[in-house]
Structures are given as structure tokens and as C-alpha cells.
Design a protein around this ligand. Sequence first.
Ligand code: FAD
Ligand code: FES
Length: 259
Amino acid sequence: MTNIKDYPAIVISNKHIDDNIFLIELLLPGFDGKAEPGQFIMIKIDETYDPFLRRPYSIFECKKEKVKILIKTVGKGSKMIAEKKRKEEMDILGPLGNGFPVDKNNYPILVAGGMGIAPLWFLGRRLTKLRNKFSIIFGEKTTTPLAEEIKKTFGAKVFFVTDDGSRGIKLTASAALPLILDKSPYRKFSIYACGPKGMLKDVINFGSGRNIPVYVSLEEKMACGIGVCLGCSVKRRGTDGFLTVCRDGPVFKGEEVMI
Ligand SMILES: Cc1cc2nc3c(=O)[nH]c(=O)nc-3n(C[C@H](O)[C@H](O)[C@H](O)COP(=O)(O)OP(=O)(O)OC[C@H]3O[C@@H](n4cnc5c(N)ncnc54)[C@H](O)[C@@H]3O)c2cc1C
Ligand code: FES
């Protein structure tokens, strides 16, 4: 990718979706809008060095000079980002990493666990634009207003599952996969997944059992975001080697990585 740059970004809007979930739209002056679903940005929150490191966020949507991120507050950095108001500034490095490859001959099934929806939302929007048919399995512990946002945008394409049965079927997202596939009129599939590691492991095992290609988007703590510090390394399956999530990923073929 040649359009990786450091952009002085301005907050256009910050929408409170749920207790700790925010949808932030940023203006990146000069950004050409070229990014692939699965790519991410690194945010330097302000001019102080506390927190010292930039924080990585998936691109949720992007349209020339405008980038959206969906952010869950989990610690100091994410809380500071979530507190940003209209017209406030942040420094954005990106777009970084690789994106989800689309197998044109296969029916895409997007499997999102909770905040794992962030990169898959962008993929869903891209597939819609390309007029590709697809399905989404969205799983949560218990239903949240995020599910409503997903329903508003993707409608009948989404199968909701929750651990407690508060929306959709009472199942985990990975356990819903065989139900969806076995009822589908399609025969060839690709699975795209992002979410908790346990879910990703189950999805990879399911895919390898049925000979279905699986692409997973991984999250690791990051420092540089550009493949220099090796802080985000994951084990490469079947070798002694490692892969960096920021430069070799964050999207990997399921059989490529040990998670
Ligand atoms: C490629 C990539 C894309 C991401 N996309 C999103 C996104 O779209 N939306 C979103 O809300 N979050 C996303 N994350 C996770 C997000 O970067 C972390 O939640 C954030 O960096 C935490 O910073 P903090 O200062 O608030 O938390 P800290 O104070 O640093 O940590 C608080 C807690 O969060 C955990 N944590 C910190 N960093 C990560 C991480 N990278 N992955 C998982 N857990 C972490 C810590 O172990 C700790 O338990 C992404 C991470 C990566 C690597
Ligand atoms: S964060 Fe430095 S190599 Fe990935």
C-alpha cells in the first residue's frame, strides 16, 4: 500500500451507541479513501506521551477523506479517544496491514463476535457495493444496541445469536455456522471471521473440517504498527517462525496461524 501516511485528523462526529461503544467519524485531509476491508489505523490520541503508544482500530467505513471507527472503551487510551468531541484532533497513521481477499466464486459468510463486527462491517458494505450476496452471523453474550445498528444496515442478511437467547438463536456464533451452511442453497463458501480467540479457533476448525477457506482478522497489542518492533508476533502454524499481525496481517488464512 502506497497511501500509508500520518494524517492530522479532525473529529466530525462521535455517536454514543451503547454504554461503552462509540462510532467516531474522522476527517483525514488529503486521504484518497483507498482502503481495503480488514485494514486498520493507528491513533495517536494527543500531543502528550500518555498513553505512550498509538492504539490500533479497524477501519469501519471509509469514503474519500472520511474514516469511521467503532470503538469500545476498555482502558485509558480508548476512553480518551471516546471522549473526543467534534472538531478535536487526533493523529492517524494508516491505512495499515492487509485486507480480506474476496473469493468471487464462493458465497461469503461473515462471522462476527461482538466488536469483531468492526472490520466485517466494512467488508459487508464493500460486498453490498459489489452486488455480492452474503450472510452475517453476529454473536454477542447478550443483545446490545449494536445489534440494532447492524440490523438497520444489513437487514435479513444477519443471523443473530446470543449466549443468553436475548436476540436470535441461543448459540455461539461458531456453533451457528453449520446451521446456516446446511440450509444454504449455495455449495461453495468462504468464511471471514473476527472476534474472541476461542471463537476464531472454532471457526478455523470448522472450516478445515469442511474444506472451506477461512480468513481471520487477529488483534494483538501493538507498538509500531508497521512491522518493526515485532511486538505483535503470532506463531506461524507448522513452523518455528512468526508472523506480525500489523504487517503480515491482521487478516490471515486460518491454517496459517496458531491462535
Ligand atoms: C488490528 C486491530 C484492530 C482493532 N480494531 C478495534 C476496533 O475496531 N474497535 C475496538 O474497540 N478495538 C479494536 N482493537 C483493540 C483496541 O486496539 C484496544 O482495545 C485498545 O488498543 C486498548 O487500548 P486502551 O488504552 O484503552 O487499553 P489498555 O489500557 O492498553 O488495555 C486495557 C485492556 O484491553 C486489552 N487490550 C489492549 N490492547 C488490545 C488489543 N490490541 N486487542 C485486544 N485487547 C487489548 C488489555 O489486555 C487490557 O486488558 C483492535 C486491535 C487491533 C490490533
Ligand atoms: S506492532 Fe510493531 S511489529 Fe507489529
